[in-house]
Ligand binder design. Structure first.
Ligand code: SAH
Length: 397
């Protein structure tokens, strides 16, 4: 029997608007015994065919739509999705001469649970859903048709897989083990990516545009780059003529790589110009404030503080705290470049938090520029959750 799911009355509406998620509470009955990640037909309460979806028996998101058309979910389906993704990125890849970009942004590219970043000739896959996991081999075959010369590596070492009933896995899917550094170039800056051990797939490609925009604020300035990871904003600050850049992070491997990246780019990293500091940003900001150490520019690009709605309140306090401290250690007229990659916090809420931080810091603060994720991280109109990264440039008087 072909497995199928029937939705409760009214639950077809979001699918008709092409939102790809089907929650367990929206399902009236399941026909057959679909296995973990198996493709099921989705019908409305009245028996109208709606979509093909991947079944996920352990997850609240019980099924994720592969297609709203009656197509087979096979290799040619994946090839089409990959080619579509490439077409919609062609202009930005060309314009910015990208050798590292997000090829597949999951739901936003019609492949729920599938994230693929391309770093030079390495494709790095993160498979987060049962459906994505089940189609691993087919996906690899499809990728090799589009990119015959690429190596493929999996970085599905993400705790969220547990919710889908999946173990964490990593390893070579095709070709060679990645070397310690796969070099990419963005906006004329060389960046070494450690695919095997780096965070996520190895590098935060989504901040590329914001990093470039940050350059106009740094010339001859003293810059504090909080949550620096492998250099990111700090490398751009050096390129943009900052007089001094302090990169702070709790990850020593990330800081080592940041230094290596700076050297590879030929930047002057004498003690006077660049510092790579292993420190907890929350403590460091308080120390600077208490000592009266001031900066011209503070960059604040923390990791995601909220994974669930239950964590959102705590996340708000965290964002307010670090941004208040950042304002307090800025010289009058200084610039705060601040970001939030927590999708649950929308731009309005983030703006309010910055406003609260300004009140607590006792400073007059103006928003002067807004930022969002780079174009290779698109948001599907049917999936507003795809817009997760936002930022502001603020002038702090
Ligand atoms: N701005 C970076 C990406 C930052 S990712 C870029 O452009 O590439 C977030 C970073 O925050 C990670 O490197 C992580 O190690 C670091 N981190 C997490 N908690 C921290 C803390 N309390 N103090 C300092 N760094 C922290």
């Amino acid at each position: 029997m072909k497995p199928a799911i029937y939705l409760t009355r009214g639950r077809e509406k979001s699918l008709q608007r092409r939102h790809p998620w089907i929650f367990s509470r929206g399902i009236e009955r399941v026909k057959g015994e679909p296995q973990l990640g198996e493709t099921v037909d989705v019908f409305s309460h009245k028996g109208q065919w709606l979509a093909k979806a991947a079944y996920s028996p352990n997850s609240q998101i019980r099924a994720r739509v592969w297609s709203f058309e009656k197509v087979e979910i096979d290799q040619s389906f994946f090839e089409k999705r990959i080619n579509d993704a490439l077409v919609l990125r062609e202009d930005v890849i060309e314009r910015d001469g990208l050798t590292g970009f997000r090829l597949i942004a999951a739901e936003n590219d019609g492949l729920p649970g599938v994230t693929i970043d391309k770093f030079d000739n390495y494709l790095v896959c993160q498979l987060l859903s049962a459906g994505a996991d089940r189609h691993r081999d087919t996906l690899v075959k499809a990728l090799l048709v589009v990119f015959p010369d690429c190596n493929i590596y999996e970085r599905s070492d993400v705790a969220i897989r547990k919710k889908e009933g999946l173990e964490e896995v990593t390893g070579v899917l095709h070709g060679a083990m990645p070397p310690a550094n796969v070099w990419i170039e963005e906006n004329g800056i060389k960046i070494g990516v450690d695919i095997e051990n780096g965070h996520k797939t190895g590098f935060y490609l989504d901040q590329r545009d914001s990093r470039q925009q940050s350059m106009k604020y740094v010339k001859d300035k003293e810059v504090l780059n909080c949550f620096s990871y492998t250099g990111g904003f700090g490398l751009y600050a050096l390129k943009g003529g900052a007089s001094r850049v302090i990169n702070a992070d709790v990850s020593q491997p990330a800081l080592d790589k940041a230094k290596e990246n700076a050297i590879e780019n030929g930047f002057d990293i004498s003690k006077k110009r660049a510092v790579f500091l292993n420190a907890d940003v929350f403590k460091l900001l308080r120390e600077y404030r208490d000592q009266g150490t001031k900066f011209d520019v503070v960059i604040m690009d923390p990791p995601k503080f909220a994974d669930t709605k239950a964590q959102l309140n705590g996340a708000c306090r965290g964002y307010k705290d670090i941004n208040m401290l950042a304002m307090q250690i800025l010289k009058p007229g200084g610039t705060l470049l601040t970001y939030s990659c927590s999708g649950l916090m929308d731009q309005n809420l983030f703006q309010k938090i910055i406003a609260d931080a300004a009140v607590d810091a006792g400073r007059s603060v103006k928003f002067v520029e807004r930022f969002e994720q780079a174009a290779d991280h698109p948001t599907d109109t049917a999936y507003p959750e795809g817009f997760y990264l936002k930022g502001f440039a603020c002038k702090v008087l």
